[in-house]
Every structure is written in C-alpha cells, then in structure tokens.
Write a protein that binds this ligand. Sequence first.
Ligand code: NAP
Length: 341
Amino acid sequence: MRTVKFAHRYCLRRRRAHMMGTYIRTDFRTPGPAGRIQGASNNRDSNIMAKIAFLGLGVMGYPMAGHIAAAGHEVTVYNRTGAKAEAWVAQHGGGNGDAHAATPAAAATDADVVLSCVGDDPDVLEVALGADGAIPAMRAGAIYIDNSTVSAEVARKLAAAGAERGVGVLDAPVSGGQAGAENGKLTVMVGGAEDHFAAALPVMECYGARVVRMGEAGTGQQAKMVNQICIAGVLQGLSEGLNFAIEAGLDTDALLEAISGGAAQSWQMVNRGQTMVRNEFDFGFALDWMRKDLRICFEEAERTGATLPMTEIVAGYYDELSAAGHGRNDTSALIRRLRKS
Ligand code: NAP
C-alpha cells in the first residue's frame, strides 16, 4: 500500500502513538450530540489526516473517494474491475498508478478508515467479510463505513463482525445521487456507536453536506428506506401530473415555473420535471437500484409490521420498466409507462 497524499504531521503523530501503544484515530474531532446535523459545510480543513481505503469506484464511489483524497487524506482504492481503480489513481493519485490494491483485504490492512460503496447485500458481504474481505484484515481501533444501500440486517451483521475484532462499523447510506456525489454534497444517514460516528465524521464530511447519526447499527439503512419510500410516491405523482399536463396540451415550462413554487414542489419536480417532459432518463440512479432498495424496504416492513400499499404498486411499475429493458434508466422513468410519445 502506498501513499497518494502524504500527510506528514499525521504520520509523525501516528508513529509516535503506535510507539506509545496508543492509537490516535479518534481525535479527528470532538463528538457532537446524536441525531444533530453535523457539519453544514465540507470539512476540507481538517489538519489530522487519516489513512483511508475505499472499496467500489462506481458512479458514487469514484467521486466520493476523490473528495476524500482532495481533502488531503491518504487514499488507497480497490475496485473489482481494476481499470477503474487505475483511472481513479491517474486522476486523483498524481498519475503514479501505485495506490490501488488487488483485494479489499490488501487495501484495508493498514487503514484507519475503510469505506465501501458497492451494490446489494451479497456484494457488501463479499467485500467486507468474504475470503479477501476487509473487516478480518483490519486492525483493532479502525472504522469500517458502508455507504452502500443494503438491508439493516447486513448492517447489523457487519457491526457484530467488527465488534469481535475491535473494529467500529457504521452503516452510512447516502442520498443525493450522482450529482450529490460529484459535488460532495450528499446526505449521509448513519447508524452505529456515537464515538465511532464522531471519529469518522471528518471523513464523511468530505463527501457529505449533511451527515446525521440516526442511532445504533442498522438505523442508517432504515432511514434510507424511508427516503426511498418517499421518493417512489413522489415520482409516481409527478409522472401522473406531468403526463396529465402533456395530454391537456399545457405549456409545461410555465406549469413547472408555477407549481414548483407552491405546495406541490419537490426535489424531483425541480431537478427532474423538465427532463421527464423531454423523455431524458440518464441521471445516475438506475431504477434497477431502486428495485433493490424497495425490496429491502419490503423485507424490513415485513419485520416491523408496517404496510406499504402505494410503494408496492410503484415497485411493480419499476419491475415492468426493467423487464422492458429500461433498468439502467434513472428512477424518473416511471413516466415512460404513461407517455404516448
Ligand atoms: P455502480 O455504478 O453500479 O457501481 C457499483 C460498484 O460496486 C462498482 O465499483 C462495482 O465494481 C462494485 N461492486 C459491485 N458488486 C461487487 C462485488 N460483489 N465485489 C466487489 N465489487 C463490487 O453503483 P453506484 O450507483 O455507485 O451505487 C453504489 C451503491 O450506492 C448502491 O448500493 C446504490 O444503491 C447506492 N446509491 C446509489 C446512488 C446513485 O445515484 N447511483 C444514490 C444513492 C445510493 P465493478 O466496477 O467491478 O463493477
């Protein structure tokens, strides 16, 4: 594992701490109260740098890891498809091509904080706990942050595996899409112990404008489920409203200008209204990912006893769109089912 950004002061402090048998990772910043919004602006000025491993350089992970490196942390990346890791190092690692690891374990061995942003439950289990998984390779005192959207059960499984070896684990799914990842303005919903949250906060603030601790392990994922349930309903409503407007022959520019200032306003209306009218659906968050997220919601609802009648209907619409070959369209493609053109 080699250095992308050399944080000299941090390295001296860490060497001294290791010699003294102590570990300084948790002195990034003073803890804040649970549940409060932490850090309205990005933490670009932290002067205590960490050794970071980032696993999964997809639409989200690639820019997120870039923001962590830009903040001055020392970043080693792992990606299953090695070419993406090489491209990342060429872009963010000074072009020396020497900061990507062959396995999650190799990336994680020496890291203070390991982050993952992969796909579904089995993918997270593979990179975190599989044969070459990160957590068994991590040292006591380090922190694992999973930014993927997966089940609360997987979050709790990782937390238990981490606890066995003194590794702190946070489930920290994100919202804000590709644009939020690229701008470093994601919302991060975090489950895990308060001291681990406080220690890892400066790293999460590199890519998160709003980082909120929800409670213990699994609660970050549960918060993300609420987010997805709300989005599904809003997008179906917006699809029906816009299609109604098109059929009625309304001027959709004037319509959106008018109603996006009123009670029907939503993030989806402001950011996707125009593109839905233009039949453009290439905005990062693939509807196949949403099908995965809603499946996770249904599993959790089954466990808690909550009912999701509207979400079940919209999930069926996403299944239809996927079966018709639109699985990589973004979630606003719900309007496709209604449009005549
Ligand atoms: P993506 O572009 O498809 O990238 C997925 C990444 O995970 C790739 O780097 C992929 O490696 C890696 N991966 C998948 N399965 C793996 C496995 N079994 N072992 C090792 N690596 C594996 O996905 P994304 O859009 O970045 O989404 C990542 C996560 O963030 C998902 O949980 C998603 O639900 C969530 N999320 C996405 C958005 C969004 O707008 N895209 C927004 C919020 C949350 P390869 O390059 O080798 O395929």
